[in-house]
Design a protein around this ligand. Structure first.
Ligand code: MN
Length: 411
């Protein structure tokens, strides 16, 4: 395998990415949320792009690792929850996705009132695209050359429901996920959901998902009822994930009630900032509690380029060395946990400098590509991994090799 020489960081944008592609990406990002949703492919590459050695790497196999789906039964139950309202900070976005006037009539979009903005138009397509585990999703993937989606039940999973309902819907969701993978075994792999509300039942479902359904790991949407997985009542879940050798993807949701107040203004609660704070805090609780010393082989995956933690690692180690503060249980430095127990994905952060930093900081075997479909548009995410200034070997690991190893994807 050939290895291209890589220039210094400050040359990335000016030398390796042709100007016309940058312009195209800028135009695409103006329609973020719509371009991907409608399954449109990028415009055909120009001659200049075809001659560019970076873009020539576009044939690399691509497994996207944080790709959301929904089943009708969970969507209906989420709609019931959001109609009751409440202080929960996730309700704002969930209302947009699950209870917009358009989503209620999405089976016949021609009857919907016209959208008031591009973003409004994009939001209307979210639920139909989440529910599509066949033709439309595959067309979107094919339109940009995505080989596989590692699917997971979209936010909020089953974590807003009472325990019995959550247990039943988790089973149903995992069954439907498994059926979709059986229909398209070369295109889909999947992460199971479970109901942390009932840890005993969660463990049973985790075992069924791996042993019977052959799913590739688990995904949890951060806190459950304001509780975090370092709490002892959740330890059976961590123990099961470790024993099954299956990774646990900690996906964001809005900050829990105790830290919600400053995020209530300016729509700070979502992907712009609140999600990362919530998920990053969850990961740090697992490190500093010492629970990872109890479950040393537990594999955790963080999205969104590691929820900013890689950038923070030096300071975390300086302030968070073992024994630095009473009340902490960590036997290792945060960076040591990060390297032993964590890997990250690029979902929603298509920044070549951030990618380079994370690879250099964490190691090439710890970084996986993701789109975050249908919340992020597909084509720019593909352009990002195809044009990022990586060696061929690095690109292959990030685009598919690490996902195959970490999630046990064999098709
Ligand atoms: Mn996501």
């Amino acid at each position: 395998m050939s290895t291209r020489k890589i220039g210094p960081l400050n040359e990335f944008n000016t030398r390796n990415v042709p100007v016309n592609r940058r312009t195209a990406l800028a135009q695409l990002s103006a329609f973020a949320g719509i371009t991907a949703l409608t399954g449109q492919a990028l415009a055909a590459p120009t001659q200049q792009e075809n001659n560019n050695p970076t873009v020539a790497a576009r044939k690399v196999r691509k497994i996207a690792t944080e790709e959301a789906f929904m089943i009708p039964e969970v969507a209906a139950a989420v709609r019931d929850v959001v109609r009751k309202g409440g202080a929960n900070l996730d309700i704002k976005l969930l209302t947009t996705v699950f209870d917009s006037p358009a989503s209620a009539t999405s089976q016949d979009p021609s009857k919907n009132p016209p959208p008031v903005s591009n973003r409004d138009a994009g939001a209307r397509l979210l639920l139909p695209n989440l529910l599509d585990l066949d033709k439309g999703r595959l067309a979107n993937m094919d339109g940009s050359g995505v080989d596989m989606h590692l699917l997971s039940l979209g936010l909020p999973g089953v974590q807003l429901f009472d325990a019995d309902q959550a247990v039943g819907l988790a089973r149903l969701s995992n069954d439907q996920l498994s059926e979709a993978i059986r229909r398209h075994p070369t295109r889909f792999a999947g992460l199971a959901c479970f109901a942390p509300q009932n840890p005993r039942e969660a463990v049973k479902e985790m075992e069924r998902s791996v042993n019977n359904l052959q799913l590739n790991g688990f995904l949890v949407n951060s806190h459950t009822g304001n509780g975090y997985l370092d709490e002892q009542r959740f330890w059976p879940i961590l123990e099961a994930a470790e024993a099954l050798g299956a990774p646990l993807y900690i996906h964001p949701r809005a900050p829990s009630d105790g830290m919600a107040a400053p995020f209530r203004d300016y729509r700070l609660e979502g992907a712009i900032w609140g999600y990362g704070i919530e998920a990053g805090t969850h990961a740090l609780r697992l490190m500093l509690s010492g629970v990872l010393d109890r479950f040393p082989k537990l594999k955790i995956v963080l999205g969104h380029m590691g929820e900013a933690l890689p950038f923070w690692l030096w300071r975390l180690d300086f302030m968070g060395a073992p024994g630095a503060r009473a009340g902490r249980g960590n036997q290792l430095k945060p960076s040591e946990y990060f390297k032993r127990n964590f890997s990250i994905t690029t979902s929603g952060v298509e920044d070549p400098l951030a990618l380079r930093f994370c690879i250099d900081k964490l190691g090439i075997d710890s970084v996986m590509w993701a789109i975050d479909y249908p919340f992020q548009p597909t084509a720019p995410a593909v352009a990002f991994i195809e044009s990022a200034p990586l060696t061929d070997e690095e690109r292959a690991k990030v685009a598919h090799g690490n996902a195959e190893r970490i999630f046990g994807i064999t098709t």
